[in-house]
Design a protein around this ligand. Structure first.
Ligand code: FMN
Length: 170
């Protein structure tokens, strides 16, 4: 598959079969995450990968009525150890971690796995479940696993609605 084919194939999967993700696939996925760019090459992402059934369900229970993510082979809790803000005014942590998470999503897609970003969750509760220190930011969760049959259902804006050239023309 080309990168473009993988991008087109990725979708947010909300139904998973009860099958663990093999360690060699997890290794490949986190190797892909490792290759992500980051501000000042800080590589500030830290991933807590939950595969234990009981802990997975506890983490899924910290989401906003999305307990079914507990069926996925793994739930990745993506954190950052960076508190810095860039000169442009944007925080480094969510940007760096999000790039590496999308590497994870695309690598998983190539391996016939599926993912879903999860932003609707109670970070303080997840910290308690996973013993994550208070001063560490949890940026997102991501479900990862073997999908029930599915494909992208969502549509996208035409490029002309989101891209202009030379000057702001929206
Ligand atoms: C930052 C972020 C947070 C998201 N949070 C959730 C979530 O909590 N639950 C969920 O089911 N999907 C979540 N999604 C998935 C989006 O709903 C999905 O990407 C969007 O509808 C486009 O669909 P697609 O990913 O299938 O192309 C999130 C996506 C992003 C990027």
């Amino acid at each position: 598959m080309t990168v473009f084919e993988v991008i087109k194939k990725r979708y947010s999967c909300r139904a998973y079969i009860d099958k663990p993700v093999e360690q060699d696939k997890l290794d490949q996925i986190f190797e892909a995450a490792r290759e992500a760019p980051s501000a000042k090459n800080l590589q500030d992402w830290r991933f807590v990968v939950v595969t234990d059934k009981k802990i997975k369900q506890q983490v899924a229970g910290c989401t906003n009525h999305q307990d079914t993510f507990g069926q996925a082979g793994a739930i990745i809790t993506a954190c950052s150890v960076c508190k810095d803000t860039m000169k442009c005014g944007q925080q480094i942590a969510p940007i760096d971690v999000s790039i590496s998470l999308e590497h994870i999503a695309l690598m998983a897609t190539e391996l016939d796995l599926a993912t879903c970003w999860i932003g609707s969750f109670d970070a303080e509760k997840v910290k308690q479940v996973l013993a994550i220190p208070k001063d560490i930011a949890i940026i997102e969760l991501m479900a990862l696993g073997y999908p029930e049959k599915g494909s992208r259902q969502t549509t996208r804006e035409p490029v002309k609605n989101t891209v202009c050239y030379d000057k702001w023309q929206f």
